[in-house]
Design a protein around this ligand. Structure first.
Ligand code: SF4
Ligand code: SF4
Length: 371
C-alpha cells in the first residue's frame, strides 16, 4: 500500500518543521544515517522571490535539511536552473538568508553520468550527483505548466538533466507531449527519490511555470514515497482527471503507478484552480504536421512594450526560432516546435501562448454539439 499524505500548512517555521519531519517519518522510505549523502532537489528554476511561487519555498527545504542533519546525514541542495546564476537564484529566492549558519552545501548540477533508461531513449545523461547520492529527496512546487499542464513531483526531476542538455531533449521530444512525458517518467524512475514532497502552501495557477503564472494560496504540503501516486492525488485535489496530466498517463501505461494507494490527512478539493491554456502540440498525419503546427497550434507571442530584449529566450530556445529584431524579438514559426520553454524562462513574464485564428475556428467547430 502506497500512502500519500496531505497536511494543511503555512510558512510559519515552528509549525512547518515538525510537519515535514512527521511526513518523512510516516512515509518511512528514506534511510538516512551517519554520513549518508542526501541530494535534495527543490525547484530552483530562475531568480524569483518566494511570493512569486516559482521556486520551492526555502523554509520547506530548510525543514528537510534539518531532518537530514538530525539523522547524521550530509545534505546537498542541487538543481540545474533554466536561467540566471545559481547564486542569484539563492539570493533572490530567499535561500541565502534562510540557510545562514546551516551546515548544508549548495551545488549546481554540472557533470553527468550516462544512464540507460530503457527504450526508446537508451542511455541519457543525468546529473552525476543525483545518481551517486545515497538518497535523493525531491521537493517540488505545485505549479501549472504551459506545455505539460502541471509541474509536480515527476516533472521536478527533469531538473537533474544538466543545463545545456535540457533544450536538446525539448527539441527531440518537445513537440510530442506524450513522448516527452514518457521521458520525464523514465528519468524520475532512474533517479528514484526516496520521498517526494510538494510545496502547495503558495501554489501557482494560470500560465505557469514562470513569471506569467499567478500565485494561488492553497495551504497544503503533500508527500509520498511515490511521486506517481502523489501527482495523481494532487490532480484529484484540484479537480482534474489524473490521466489528463501526461506524466500520470505515461506512468500508468508503463505500469509504474501504484494500484494500491491510500490518501491520508487533510485532503480537500480545491475549487476553480486555473489551468494554463494548452493547445495540442501535434495532431494530424505526419506529412502535414509541420503545416498544422505553423497555422493551427498556439504560438508564443511577446508583449513588445514590456520586453527588455535581454536575450534569455533566444539563447535558450532549443529550435533557434527566436532572433533579435531592431526593436523587438522575432519568432520563426516554421522553426518553432511549440515547446513553450521561452514562456518558462522569460524573466519579465512577457511571453504567452496565443491561439491562432484558424486554430480557434477549428476548436470551436470541434466543440459544437453535432446534434
Ligand atoms: S521576451 Fe523575455 S526573455 Fe525574451 S528578450 Fe524579452 S524580456 Fe528577455
Ligand atoms: S520559440 Fe519558444 S516555443 Fe518556440 S521552440 Fe523556441 S522556446 Fe520553444
Amino acid at each position: 500500500m502506497t500512502a500519500v499524505f496531505f497536511k494543511k500548512a503555512s510558512y510559519e517555521y515552528d509549525a512547518l518543521r515538525p510537519l515535514i519531519f512527521d511526513m518523512i517519518e510516516s512515509a518511512g522510505s528514506c534511510v538516512i544515517g551517519r554520513d549518508t549523502r542526501v541530494l535534495i532537489k527543490p525547484n530552483l528554476l530562475l531568480p524569483a522571490r518566494p511570493e512569486k511561487a516559482i521556486l520551492t519555498h526555502p523554509l520547506v527545504v530548510k525543514a528537510v535539511v534539518e531532518y537530514v542533519l538530525e539523522h547524521g546525514g550530509r545534505p546537498v541542495i542541487s538543481d540545474s536552473p533554466a536561467m540566471g546564476s545559481f547564486e542569484k537564484i539563492l539570493k533572490e529566492g530567499g535561500y541565502a538568508d534562510v540557510f545562514k549558519g546551516v551546515d548544508v552545501e549548495f551545488k549546481r548540477f554540472e557533470t553527468s553520468a550516462k544512464i540507460d533508461i530503457g527504450p526508446p531513449f537508451g542511455k541519457i545523461e543525468i546529473a552525476r550527483e543525483a545518481m551517486e547520492a545515497n538518497s535523493v529527496i525531491n521537493i517540488a512546487k505545485l505549479k501549472t505548466h504551459t506545455q505539460m499542464l502541471l509541474t509536480l513531483g515527476v516533472k521536478n526531476i527533469f531538473g537533474c538533466i544538466v543545463g545545456f542538455r535540457k533544450p536538446e531533449w525539448h527539441l527531440r521530444n518537445g513537440i510530442d507531449r506524450d513522448m516527452f512525458a514518457t521521458l520525464l517518467v523514465k528519468i524520475y524512475a532512474a533517479v528514484n527519490p526516496c520521498i517526494t514532497i510538494i510545496d502547495g502552501v503558495l501554489a501557482m495557477e494560470g500560465q505557469g511555470p514562470g513569471k506569467s503564472g499567478l500565485p494561488r494560496p492553497i495551504g497544503i504540503i503533500a508527500g509520498s514515497s511515490s511521486a506517481f501516486a502523489l501527482d495523481r492525488a494532487i490532480c484529484q485535489m484540484i479537480g482534474i482527471e489524473p490521466d489528463r496530466l501526461p506524466t500520470n498517463k505515461a506512468a500508468r501505461q508503463l505500469g509504474l503507478a501504484p494500484d494500491d494507494v491510500t490518501v491520508q490527512g487533510d485532503f480537500e478539493m480545491i475549487q476553480k484552480f486555473k489551468l494554463p491554456d494548452m493547445g495540442k502540440v501535434t495532431f494530424g498525419p505526419k506529412p502535414v504536421q509541420r503545416m498544422i503546427r505553423k497555422h493551427l497550434l498556439q504560438r508564443p507571442v511577446v508583449d513588445s512594450s514590456l520586453c527588455e530584449l535581454c536575450g534569455e529566450c533566444w539563447r535558450y530556445c532549443p529550435a533557434k526560432a527566436i532572433s533579435r529584431g531592431k526593436k523587438r524579438i522575432v519568432f520563426d514559426y516554421d522553426k518553432c516546435i511549440r515547446c513553450y520553454c521561452c514562456l518558462e524562462i522569460c524573466p519579465q513574464g512577457v511571453l504567452r501562448a496565443k491561439e491562432t485564428l484558424p486554430g480557434k475556428i477549428i476548436r470551436r467547430l470541434s466543440l459544437r454539439d453535432p446534434a
